[in-house]
Design a protein around this ligand. Structure first.
Ligand SMILES: *Cc1c(COP(=O)(O)O)cnc(C)c1O
Ligand code: SF4
Length: 459
């Protein structure tokens, strides 16, 4: 039996969220030094902080905090703000400043933290009948992303997450919500889209009936072959598919998609093997797979959290053992966190290669390290010498211009490079991989929701 987090023994564990406002109430809080406590309280005024009782009780190893990877993954760290920003905010917190003053300073700091990388906000938003669909992004020909309005939060927040700008209530930065019927219209007019990726936040924070409303529309579109669901719930709250009161209803929705002849691909965001090793996490995988869905595993490689080949090898081995399919290792663009998580590309590639060498062919379905940058998904294949010059070998796994996909090209070797922007073409022939046409400007139309978003707090 899975450990019960509720006071009522024998009842299913209830989802209990902890944030800056109530983290002191967690029994584990007292295991942190006063200095760490203060840094959590200070940094979480600027960056989102949300954890839940399952993560605290089952995933974090408190004997190892603050270095523990799951602690680093969920608790804001001092090094995530510049010294200047940190001290300014700490002074306000120490002096018990008013909320308005703290918020004003927090917003000023946030605006300096590059919250929307890779043209996310302005360049990939499609239109139907002249209306923008801000809840839809269509960057690669075959795959459209859908951000349902009711899925714009998560069961806990990852400290490295670039989507943090969506969580902090800055309306001009937040991606707007979107209705499923407008998504369907868009899909019907774009039969080249075979894959719909429902993402967030985390769409699995939605009630099954909200998710069902999306399913109702998507299954009507014959050209859609695969419905992907991007989710971290399988790691942060596997009870979503095991013991939540609509867990079975959610699984029924997966079955409905499968019965309509489409593949359900759960894109499970697993950062560390501990997340897929608890009894409830294993049960979650079994239950999802029993619907006919597959689980693909993807994660960024992040300093302090999983910058180690054994961690990756074990994640892929364990996942494969449970029938999951290792899919992507991403390079995370360091946004919002003062280079705290940054790893040189060469280091990412070394860790990938070392881990890949240690796993069987059944787990070598994984690709990476890959950067999601403006032109596409840029895969670091390795390092070589070309005409006596050291170089990165790269390719696009995905590209706005599909003709660029799977053509090897070269960039000058740079030991310190951490992102595509740092790279320079090696030769004239490589330049086309570093240039791209500017996208056409899009018009802005505001949309209204026909219902309020339902967030998990209201459970
Ligand atoms: C990664 C990604 C996809 C999916 O790409 P696949 O290689 O098919 O998994 C789709 N859209 C965007 C914007 C992406 O970043
Ligand atoms: S679960 Fe996904 S969207 Fe949510 S904080 Fe983590 S990385 Fe970001």
């Amino acid at each position: 039996m899975v450990r019960d987090n509720s006071d009522n023994m024998g009842q299913p564990p209830k989802f209990k969220v902890l944030t800056r406002a109530n983290i002191e109430k967690a029994p584990e809080w007292n295991r942190l030094s006063a200095e760490i406590q203060e840094s959590v309280k200070t940094v979480s005024t600027v960056l989102p902080f949300r954890v839940n009782q399952y993560v605290l009780d089952e995933l974090i190893d408190w004997d190892n905090a603050p270095d523990d990877p799951m602690f680093q993954l969920t608790f804001p760290q001092r090094g995530m703000l510049s010294d200047e920003h940190y001290k300014a905010m700490r002074t306000l917190v120490r002096n018990g400043a008013e909320k308005a003053e703290i918020d004003e300073t927090a917003n000023r700091i946030r605006l300096q933290l590059n919250p929307h990388p890779a043209g996310q906000l302005t360049h990939n938003i499609p239109t139907v009948d002249g209306e923008q669909l801000p809840g839809v992004q269509h960057k690669y020909r075959e795959t459209a992303l859908f951000f349902p309005s009711a899925g714009q939060t998560c069961h806990a927040y990852c400290t490295f997450c670039f989507r943090w700008a969506q969580f902090v209530g800055m309306n001009d930065l937040k991606f707007a919500a979107k209705e499923a019927s407008q998504l369907r219209k868009y899909l019907e007019r774009h039969p080249e889209i075979t894959d719909v990726l429902i993402t967030g936040g985390d769409p699995m924070v939605m009630k099954a009936k909200f998710f069902g409303a999306i399913v109702d529309e998507i299954i009507k579109v014959d050209s859609v072959r695969t419905v992907r669901i991007g989710t971290k719930s399988v790691a942060y709250w596997p009870q979503r598919f095991v013991s939540d009161n609509d867990a079975d209803d959610m699984l029924r929705q997966f079955e409905r998609i499968a019965s309509a002849g489409k593949h359900v691909a759960v894109m499970g965001h697993y950062n560390h093997p501990v997340e897929i090793s608890t009894p409830v996490a294993e049960e979650c995988v079994r239950r999802i797979r029993s619907t006919g869905a597959n689980i693909r595993m993807q994660s960024p490689i992040i300093r302090h959290i999983n910058d180690d080949a054994n961690t990756w090898a074990e994640l892929w081995r364990k996942g494969t053992q449970l029938g999951c399919i290792p899919y992507y290792m991403f390079v995370e663009r360091d946004t919002g966190a003062q280079r705290y998580f940054e790893l040189p590309l060469v280091r990412c590639w070394e860790i990938f290669r070392e881990a890949y060498q240690r796993i069987p062919g059944t787990a070598r379905t994984v690709r990476g390290p890959s950067m999601s940058c403006f032109p596409g998904k840029c895969h670091v294949l390795g390092i070589t010498e070309v005409g006596g010059q050291k170089a990165f070998i790269l390719e696009y796994l995905q590209a706005r211009d599909p003709s660029l996909v799977r053509q090897p090209f070269f960039a000058k070797y740079d030991h310190a490079a951490t992102w595509y922007d740092d790279l320079k073409p090696l030769t004239k022939a490589d330049e086309k991989f570093f240039t791209y046409p500017e996208p056409a400007p899009t018009q802005t139309v505001s949309l209204t929701l026909d219902r309020e978003p339902t967030f998990i707090e209201s459970n």
